[in-house]
Design a protein around this ligand. Structure first.
Ligand code: 26W
Length: 811
């Protein structure tokens, strides 16, 4: 293990020789030098890991994801290498504080939300459990936009995460790949009467890989996250390029670099943009070639061994095109027959579904496919013909309705390719991400596929890495847990359940709640610094952090806050523990209602926070620029976790797990992983409210009428009508009406009003529970103690058992 003196020397070396910064105390340079010093240790392990893994017969998984929300890496890598304390001393010797240093450096925000963060947690677990694994993605020049507020409205600014380079990444020009695009397909008639298809692309891009080492926790493994950057190819035919559709579609100045320029900030909504389609193909083509090249370096051209050694996991449908690219390479470059290539595909690919929302299910127009990837479309048509004639029609003879429903091509109107159908047809396993979600995938989304392929559809409940989401982000609670739990709980999270018997212990309760208070004080400082709002750390910190979306129902929380404010104005002596409602959320730049919700919350916050009449019983804070590093500060300080999506809409949620693990009590619907959290902590330690999936379906079937709630519930009516006045926006009535409008005239698609009363009652119960200090401390402790199931190590082992069949590689 690296010692203080070694680390100190390495930092000094990098300061002086890599960065030429010997005599000053520039914190940016010092952060970089420290990161480079730690990276030296990481790279050594990376090399030995690669030597171990690059042996014949070692089976590995390749995780294909368009998004990775990695956050910052310095503190994480120090913890996972178990050298945090030594580094702390070394840095101190040089006149710096390691906590401050770990706050330097940009977040790697190469993702939107849950799906991207899940990918990051999974990489951590794969390395921790010594599984051979490579993550593949895009080296976006700009990650998710930076958010600020101007007069309460969201402003987006570009994210410049590697403006001056990143100390963690290694460029690998020797592994660059070429990616063809556009053009046409020639059909050559062979002597035996068959035809051969030859794609003549008109454009070629180059993909250059950047490797980010992924350090396992207390393990010997450092895996790689390989991110592809697009460049123009040296042997580029500018004439051809200039004549290609690509340029025409995107204006004259577009360069090949554009492909990896920016992460699309749309969470859940498919925009159908050509550049996004090219991004998907670009990274899939690079990754498939890289996987094949690695296999051949180890095994030679031995396709029999390929399926034995290779698993490829598709993180949602975004990398679906990898299936067609693999087919194309096998058929056009290795002379596989269509059927042999398809058989190999079916052994290799598996697909994870992360959403049931219809607008998020990807469909690409056939005309776009035809223009950009004509050969792939041809292959897709053959797959579809084979699938419909030899599978669908065999199971359901003469049933054209089912053929149309399952077809990989959607007809009627503009023809579109259904990416999810291709995934389900090709994958040997398809998984949802929480029990209820997987059940709904089977019952509602793909019932016929479930009948056609019994056993293919399965579940793997999501998880989170306890290294980042407890050990690193909550050092005080971690130290307390170390005192009471013998095992290395950061590896074996189930071991925290030994705290269960101490949940009523007065000393533990005090220590636990003292730490919570300390964490709340730290967050209060952060809130003051970033918003100017002073909050009382003794108040209940009630936190909702996630992307802004109607189905997640930040506006339900908002309506309840307005109602509480109204109740307090009517009765300033109202018995309630002071409460601070804290939000963190980015809205997709084009999602108008989401932005109106942010605006409404900010405007109400302004009013409430400056109203002396309510005596600081209520505060509302919207922290700007929610991101991984901000989550790390908010989560340890939460008393209450808001998980209030419409039942059936949130596939899993993972913030719910992080908050509960840090001792927050959930107020939530029976949706996603909330259901499994409730099973683990027990009904007494969670506040469940609202309509269930079945009830939601019944309400919709009957014909939901939000007006009936508006007319029958005086508080709902008063609150919604208040939004039409200029009370929160002096001189400008109707500024906040968008929310009301969406709930009444807009039909309230996510049943906010139907769940309002039950939500309000649950909050009432929660307030009473909080005022009983012992009861609350017990609840908080039990939440921490009983989150073992949600360790992402468990998720990964489920993937291994149910889907990947890989083994740890330690020798
Ligand atoms: C095509 C645009 C687009 C972009 C992102 C469509 C869909 C997505 C993702 C599927 C959105 C996402 O992040 N889904 C979340 O995945 C998490 C990890 O499984 C779950 O915990 C969340 O419930 C789910 O919303």
């Amino acid at each position: 293990m690296a010692k203080r003196s070694t680390i100190k020397k390495a930092i000094e070396h990098h300061l002086q020789f890599t960065l030429a910064h010997s005599n000053d105390k520039n914190p940016e340079a010092f952060w970089k030098a420290t990161s480079l010093a730690i990276n030296d240790i990481v790279v050594e392990k990376l090399t030995t890991t690669r030597d171990r893994q690059n042996q014949p017969g070692v089976r590995s998984v390749n995780y294909l994801s368009l998004e990775y929300l990695m956050g910052r890496l310095l503190s994480n890598n120090l913890h996972n290498l178990a050298i945090y304390e030594e580094a702390e001393k070394a840095v101190k010797d040089l006149g710096f504080d390691l906590t401050d240093l770990c706050e330097q450096g940009a977040d790697l925000a190469l993702g939107n939300g849950g799906l991207g963060r899940l990918a990051a947690c999974f990489l951590d677990s794969l390395a921790t459990l010594d599984y051979p694994a490579t993550g593949y993605g895009i080296h976006y020049q700009h990650g998710l936009f930076k958010q600020s507020f101007k007069d309460g409205r969201q402003i987006e600014e570009p994210d410049l995460w590697r403006e001056f380079g990143s100390p963690w990444e290694i460029c690998r020009p020797e592994s660059a790949q070429l990616v063809p695009l556009y053009g046409h397909v020639e059909h050559i008639n062979n002597a035996d009467g068959s035809t051969t298809s030859k794609w003549q692309p008109s454009v070629q891009l180059k993909g250059v890989p950047w490797d980010i080492p992924i350090v396992g926790y207390n393990s010997d493994t450092v895996n790689v996250l390989r991110l592809w950057e697009s460049r123009s190819d040296q042997a580029f035919d500018w004439d051809l390029f200039n004549r290609g559709d690509f340029l025409n579609a995107h204006g004259k100045n577009i360069q090949a670099e554009t492909v990896s320029k920016v992460l699309y900030p749309n969470d859940e909504h498919e925009a159908g943009k050509e550049l996004r389609f090219i991004q998907q193909y670009f990274f899939c083509a690079c990754s498939i070639k890289d996987i094949i090249a690695r296999h051949q370096t180890i095994n030679g051209v031995d396709w029999a061994a390929f399926a034995k050694d290779t698993a490829i996991q598709l993180n949602d449908t975004h990398p679906t095109i990898a299936i067609l690219e693999f087919m194309r390479v096998l058929m056009d470059e290795y002379q596989f027959t269509h059927l042999d290539a398809w058989a190999l595909c079916r052994e290799v690919f598996a697909y994870t579904n992360h959403t049931l929302l219809p607008e998020a299910l990807e469909k690409w127009s056939v005309s776009l496919f035809e223009r950009v990837l004509p050969r792939h479309l041809e292959i897709l048509y053959t797959i579809n013909e084979d699938f419909l004639n030899n599978e669908v029609s065999v199971k359901w003879p003469d049933d054209n309705q089912i053929r149309a429903k399952l077809s990989l091509i959607e007809e009627g109107g503009e023809k579109k390719v259904r990416m999810a159908h291709l995934c389900v047809a090709a994958a040997h396993k398809v998984n949802g991400v929480a029990e209820i979600h997987s059940k709904l995938v089977k019952q509602d989304l793909f019932p016929e596929f479930d009948a056609l392929y019994p056993g293919k559809l399965t579940n793997v409940t999501n998880g989170i890495t306890p290294r980042r989401w407890l050990k690193a982000c909550n050092p005080k609670l971690s130290a307390l847990l170390n005192k009471h739990v013998k095992e290395d709980w950061a590896k074996d999270l189930d071991s925290l359940s030994s705290l269960e018997k101490l949940a009523d212990d007065a000393k533990l309760q005090k220590a636990f709640m003292d730490i919570k208070l300390e964490n709340k004080k730290a967050l209060a400082d952060e809130i003051l610094a970033s918003t100017g709002v002073k909050v009382n750390p003794e108040a209940i910190f009630d936190i909702q952090i996630k992307r802004l979306h109607e189905y997640k129902r930040q506006h339900l929380n908002f309506l309840h806050i307005v109602a509480l404010y109204r109740r307090l104005l009517e009765n300033p002596e109202l018995e309630m523990h002071p409460r601070v409602f804290i939000f963190g959320a980015k809205a997709a730049p084009g999602y108008r209602l989401a932005k109106e919700i942010i605006y409404a919350i900010n405007k109400v916050a302004d009013k409430v926070n400056n109203d002396a009449r309510i005596k600081d019983k209520l505060k509302v804070v919207f922290l700007p620029n929610y991101r991984v590093s901000l989550a790390e500060k908010m989560i340890p300080a939460a008393d209450v976790s808001e998980q209030i999506s419409t039942a059936g809409k949130e596939a899993s949620g993972t913030g719910n797990m992080k908050l509960a693990l840090n001792g927050a009590v959930t107020i939530g619907t029976l949706d996603g992983a909330n259901i499994e959290i409730a099973e683990e902590v027990g009904d007494d330690n969670i506040f469940i409210f609202g309509n269930t999936v079945e009830q939601v379906k019944a309400i919709k079937a009957e014909g939901y009428n939000p007006y009936s709630y508006y007319e029958q519930n005086a508080e709902i009516k008063a609150v919604l009508d208040w939004l039409d006045t200029d009370y929160f926006t002096p001189g400008k009535p109707y500024e906040l009406s968008a929310v009301k409008h969406s709930l009444l005239d807009g039909g309230d698609p996510y049943l906010v009003l139907a769940d309002y009363q039950s939500y309000s009652d649950a909050h009432q119960a929660l307030d009473e529970a909080y005022r009983d200090e012992k009861r609350w401390a017990r609840m908080a402790i039990l939440n921490t103690a009983l989150m073992g199931k949600f360790n992402s190590d468990r998720s990964i082992n489920d993937y291994v058992d149910r889907i990947w069949q890989i083994k740890p590689c330690t020798k």
